[in-house]
Design a protein around this ligand. Sequence first.
Ligand SMILES: [Zn+2]
Length: 233
Amino acid sequence: MDPYKSLKEEAYEANIEIPRRNLAIYTWGNVSAFDPDRAVFAIKPSGVSYENLSVETMVIVDMAGAPVDSKLKPSSDTETHRVLYRDFPGIRGITHTHSVYAVAWAQARRPVPVYGTTHADHGAEEIPCTPIMSEEAVQRNYELETGNLIVETFRSQKKDPAAMPMVLVAGHGPFAWGSTPAQSVYHAAVLEEVCKMAHLTLALKPDAEPLPPHIIRKHWERKHGKNAYYGQR
Ligand SMILES: [Zn+2]
């Protein structure tokens, strides 16, 4: 009996959500599932297409970055996932994709302003975009430094990863996380939709204004505030 079976199942189910939600083609995306008690995570194997994935192909990696029990190589983005689990306590799943509208904003190196309530329901502030990575950092350890760049962006902008579960990495694309692997895919899908809506808003009105703070607050708090009343309780 595989001691990591349920963690691998969670990772597998979340990974196959990526093509289902049209968030990536070929192998352009990956999800991991973290078990903080055992300090390991399950992640998509590198270069394996979604139709060839199975629960058994998920790779277990420890928090030192070493694969635990697999013949397959983990995703090339594994070090980015590891840094985020290390530095953003409480997150249990991470999704990285190359979804088109989120990538477009990342390539434009633009944070996404809160133009509407779809955005405000999931984050009461703009979605941050990291700076472009330095040449030294790329040469040092590209994937690990991608994680550091995200963490540093949140620190310098005083953002709480629990309240803003998504980011754009400049010139690259989106990363999203959540309290479960499934929730991290959900946030990646939300991010793509919000980026698409923001793009269309600017196409219709290049000087469109962000939503006023009182509406942002209302939408955020009815879903996440202490007196939240959205959904079935
Ligand atoms: Zn990527």
